[in-house]
Design a binder for this molecule. Structure first.
Ligand code: F6R
Length: 609
């Protein structure tokens, strides 16, 4: 959570900081602020609320200067207000810090610093940092930062500037991402790549506890022991257009409409169409080991956990390998029972989710091979995993995930099919059949997207309800969970996802005519079972919207509204069923006037526990 930007070079810092902050607003939008260093003075401007509030403030008079830091906050310690907004400074406004993460031992540090005469004005954990650096400062900012971070416990990504040691930004990270952008005679600092794509796509990823001293001409990076490091500059393939709305009202809508492209990206280079064969050169897991896997653990959070649940169905169906799925946040505190021949798969769009990183490290300690599915090259998870399969969604800016969900599902299909091929668990004709249907998917998704007007009409009909039940069974049960999550997180309408067969064990008590049900009921092997469940719902006077397969006449006699999806294989329906649910949530939220891309209390990557 929280976004950090920094600039040092020949240009005015404020416009660059503001531009970067806007690109990072998905990381948090409780408050925003900037600090600019010029002529031995640091000016700080900050405002509660979204970045536009800070922008309005700066229009009345922005500080001038070529070195600066910016921050957009997702509040953890201390409520969102002007005082708690970053940047924070020490007693004499000589040392200024922006911080992402949580300093767990901030209370004893704060008491110690107060007893030494330091004066605190905010409720944040962050404020200990400038005071600590101030108290450790002799004549070198980098050294003072190094000594200070040795005293703190918790997670951090920080940017520090000082009038005592001007001409540099000192940065460090532990548990929160931080990236340095390399320009021509100018340098950048940011929590995430989109913040600097307007200026450079050459970046250096800081590793845990490394400390960077950034000047306009370059960067010196040392490890926690002070050893100078030679770091690779990586060229990022993303471009700035990918981070714009491109005419769509919201990023979320743009990203839903990019889903056909995401599917194509995932198929490209991974399927040999002449031989109907999967080629997954990006996975370094030896073939021999794939043959010997006894169990797979898939770990993830939020929506990524739901794709993991779909993954369980696919892997078990195609490869016969038993799969256990868990929330990273739960798994990391369980007794870890990983066998030598077990594989761990981590799924994380951002590659920076704190609990998933912790789960990765716990699995590493248990000796497991770790395969990560992620969207972000250079992210912590991509760097710490043994193998990475990129989900190829491109930058996802909308806080609620959509296209990355599709990218994750596609990667899981391809990966499990590849494992099935290696392990010979399904024959070549079946592989060929699935490949054929996978290749048809972009076309089928196009058909679903073209039916957006139908979804708009449905959202007009349903947007006034306060509660929804989403039902699915088998491989579509996780999609019911995802449909409900999408609705609640962006429209603040209560929605519950449930396995259709379980509904009569409790939730059915909730149902009446004020509580509509969305049922995912494709013509698959559990079709008749779900139909029976829907009849149970209908008997309670409940309005039912069904997602069904084109040509299913029977369903229209049972439910109130039907959205038809094209026909596909049973295992591929999650792709076609989740998209109308994403659109349904989007249009309801939009009708309710919600800020779809920046839902309240949420942030895109959850880098705190
Ligand atoms: C919901 C959503 C979140 C994320 C979750 C995990 O729309 O986006 O639930 O799926 O925070 O994030 P990643 O995949 O980045 O680990």
């Amino acid at each position: 959570m929280c976004g950090i930007v920094g600039y040092i070079g020949p240009k005015e810092a404020v416009p660059i900081l503001l531009d970067g902050l806007k690109k990072l607003e998905y990381r948090g939008y409780d408050s925003a602020g900037i600090a600019v260093l010029k002529d031995n003075k640091i000016q700080i401007k900050k405002r509660k609320g979204k970045i536009v509030k800070l922008e309005n403030l700066l229009e009345k008079g922005a500080p001038k200067g070529n070195i600066g830091l910016g921050h957009t906050r997702w509040a953890t310690h201390g409520k969102p207000n002007n005082l708690n907004a970053h940047p924070h400074n020490g007693c004499n406004s000589e040392i200024v810090v922006v911080h992402n993460g949580i300093i767990e031992n901030y209370m004893p540090l704060r008491e110690k610093l107060i007893s030494e005469g330091h004066n605190f004005i905010s409720e944040t954990d962050t404020e200990v940092l400038p005071h600590l650096i101030e108290s450790n400062y002799q004549n070198d900012l980098t050294l003072a930062v190094k000594e200070s971070i040795e005293e703190i416990e918790g997670s951090y990504a920080i940017g520090v500037i000082s009038t005592r040691d001007p001409g540099k930004i000192v940065a460090s990270r532990c548990g929160s991402p931080l990236i340095i952008g390399v320009g021509e005679g100018e340098m950048f600092l940011a929590s995430d790549i989109p913040a600097m794509l307007n200026y450079t796509n050459r970046v250096i990823f800081l590793e845990e506890r490394e400390i960077a001293t950034i000047t306009k001409d370059g960067v010196k990076i040392v490890d926690s022991k002070g050893k100078i490091l030679e770091k690779e500059i990586i060229n990022i393939e993303w471009d700035v257009e990918m981070t714009e709305k491109s005419g769509y009202k919201h990023f979320m809508l743009k990203e839903i409409f990019q889903e056909t492209m995401v599917i194509r990206n995932n198929l490209e280079g991974r399927i040999n169409l002449t031989a109907n064969f999967l080629e997954l050169s990006e996975i370094s897991f030896p073939l021999k080991n794939i043959k010997e896997i006894e169990k797979i653990f898939i770990l993830a959070c939020g929506s990524s956990y739901y794709t993991a649940l779909v993954g369980k169905y696919i892997f078990e169906e195609l490869t016969g390998i038993p799969v256990e799925v868990d929330y990273s946040s739960e798994f990391r505190y369980r007794k870890i029972l990983l066998g030598k021949k077990d594989l761990t798969i981590l799924i994380s769009q951002s590659g920076e989710t704190a609990d998933t990183i912790a789960a990765l490290r716990a699995c590493r300690e248990a000796g497991s091979y770790i395969l990560a599915l992620t969207n972000v090259r250079g992210s912590t998870i991509s760097r710490e995993a043994d193998s990475v399969m990129y989900i190829k969604a491109g930058p996802e800016i909308g806080v609620a995930t959509t296209k990355a969900f599709i990218g994750q599902l596609m990667s899981l299909y391809i990966l499990s099919l590849y494992f099935a091929q290696v392990r010979n668990t399904i024959n070549h004709t079946e592989i060929k059949k699935i490949i054929f249907e996978l290749i048809k998917l972009p076309q089928l998704v196009e058909i679903v997207l073209l039916k957006e007007p139908e979804i708009i009409k449905l959202s007009e009909e349903f947007f006034n309800y306060h509660n929804f039940l989403y039902l699915g069974r088998g491989i579509n049960y996780p999609i019911a969970l995802e449909g409900a999550l999408k609705l609640k997180e962006i429209s603040y309408v209560h929605a519950e996802g449930y396995p259709a067969g379980e509904m009569k064990h409790g939730p059915i008590a909730l149902l009446d005519k004020t509580f509509p049900t969305v049922a995912i009921v494709p013509k698959d092997k559990v079709y008749t079972k779900v139909i029976n469940n829907i009849k149970e719902v209908k008997a309670r006077d409940t309005l039912v919207l069904a997602l069904a397969t084109e040509g299913d006449k029977e369903i229209s006699n049972i439910v109130d509204r039907v959205f038809y999806m094209p026909q596909t294989l049973d295992i591929l329906y999650p792709i076609l069923s989740v998209i109308p649910l994403q659109l349904f949530a989007y249009h309801i939220a939009n009708k309710l006037g919600c800020d779809v891309d920046k839902p309240r209390n949420l942030a895109k990557s959850v880098t705190v526990e």
